[in-house]
Design a protein around this ligand. Structure first.
Ligand code: HAM
Length: 419
């Protein structure tokens, strides 16, 4: 049996970088006053279709959708924003306090063509802020991302920032785009030809070579902003500059989801070939109302956890797993029973203790202690049990101590918790 294409196991040997990122992210989210939320992996299909957009690649061709036994259409979540909005509305979180800052981490599912940095089950670290329209929140989120990546030592990443405007300035931009594409319609791919009537902005996100060529010189949203959007974008840029956060204004950045308004950004790398975005986010001031909630400005980002770890793997060694504090070499049965009880007592006290119940030889068990990187080895063979005194060997200094069996637990706790 093998995993499904695009799905993979992350083995204990590879988990340390994931844990390093998670620990740091949780620390930062706590400092920036974000609270953890957990959402289901399965939702009604309609939630994603309505929020991400019917004409997006995700909804058109990448969702894992199936009919439940009661004929209801369900989808494995391709992202977290829509579900977090649903939770905000469903539980009326806005009623007691409209300002909410959430984070979550977990698997997402998109049926894309698997390649390096692109999987069908992948993980995101997601943050969302509800209830604040100020551009300072846009800055806070970009600053938070920048801080996380800086602390991880990732200096090879660039923030690409754009403004996508709002419902007030979008129509003028769309007109200008349609005017530009007018005579070139036949050169667009079939999907984009359909998008011209359904959702022209999505054409800007098309990855096909021919469409990319047609789009050279296409109008940009930033050149059609209304005064309020212009002002908002100006604050974002000047504030980040004052803070010393490096960014690049990328007029062609449109993001692959329909809900964005105003600021949108991606953190990009050249280290992963075509999969250049390590994180992406933006403002989505209309989505909560669109899904049936009160008019609520909102903004967020998601980090592609798999991609982030892949970039880190290129730059650093996997952090070493901590070894055992103690390995009990238990030869034969009465010793094994003693080793079982002793290791449980020490594990309870937080001492990393291992043993082996396979009845292997002294040589094999010493080898195993070495493999598990044990700092101490306790030898419990028939003669030690007969003498009621066990030998503790410090594997670093090679010193040996004899410990009477009736004092084992307190003596070991004392030695192991201090050395
Ligand atoms: P997104 O750009 O679709 O945005 O995804 C965010 C990140 O997830 C990407 O930059 C990438 O690193 C990672 N990612 C996406 N697809 C894959 C894949 N197939 N394999 C590996 N990694 C992948 C969103 O999902 C929005 N919900 C972000 C957001 C939150 N906007 C506002 N709030």
């Amino acid at each position: 049996m093998q995993t499904i294409r695009g799905f993979r196991d992350i083995l204990p040997e590879h988990i340390r970088l994931w844990q390093k990122v998670e620990t740091l992210a949780y620390e930062l989210f706590a400092a920036f006053d974000y609270r953890e939320i957990r959402i289901p992996v399965l939702e009604k299909t309609q939630l994603f279709a309505r929020s991400i957009g019917e004409a997006t690649d995700i909804v058109e061709k990448e969702m894992y959708t199936f009919e439940d036994r009661n004929k209801e259409k369900l989808t494995l979540r391709p992202e977290a924003t829509a579900s977090i909005c649903r939770a905000y509305i469903q539980h009326k979180l806005y009623a007691s306090d409209p300002v909410r800052k959430f984070f979550m981490t977990g698997p997402m599912f998109r049926r894309e063509r698997p390649q390096k940095g692109r999987y069908r089950q992948f993980y995101q670290i997601d943050a969302e802020v509800f209830g604040i329209a100020s551009a300072f929140v846009d800055c806070e989120l970009i600053f938070l991302l920048n801080e996380l990546f800086t602390r991880l030592g990732l200096t090879c990443l660039t923030a690409h920032i754009n403004s996508l405007g709002c419902p007030d300035c979008r129509p003028a931009f769309t007109q200008s785009l349609l005017g530009f594409l007018g005579e070139k319609k036949q050169d667009l791919c079939d999907i984009c030809q359909r998008r011209m009537t359904k959702n022209p902005m999505r054409i800007l996100d098309c990855k096909t070579q021919t469409c990319q060529e047609v789009l050279a010189g296409a109008p940009a949203t930033v050149d059609h902003l209304c005064p309020a959007c212009e002002d908002h974008f100006h604050t974002v840029k000047t504030t980040l500059q004052k803070q010393g956060v490096d960014f690049f204004i990328d007029k062609s950045l449109v993001r692959g989801l329909d809900y964005y308004t105003r600021t949108a950004w991606e953190i990009q790398t050249t280290a992963l070939g075509a999969q250049s975005a390590v994180a992406g986010g933006g403002r989505y001031d209309g989505l909560v109302a669109e899904l049936g909630g009160p008019d609520t400005p909102a903004i967020g980002f998601a980090i592609g956890f798999d991609r982030l770890v892949e970039v880190m793997e290129q730059l650093e060694q996997l952090p070493e797993e901590p070894g055992l504090d103690l390995f009990i070499v238990a030869l034969e049965d009465p010793a094994m029973e003693m080793a079982y009880h002793l290791s449980c007592d020490l594990n309870q006290a937080g001492i990393r203790t291992g043993t082996d119940f396979r009845g292997k030889s002294l040589k094999a068990l010493m080898k195993r202690a070495d493999k598990r990187n044990a700092r101490h080895v306790l030898i419990a063979g028939p003669s030690e049990l007969k003498d009621k005194a066990l030998i503790l060997r410090n594997m670093v200094t090679r010193e040996q101590t004899t410990i009477p069996m009736d004092q084992l637990v307190p003596a070991l706790k004392k030695i192991l918790q201090t050395t």
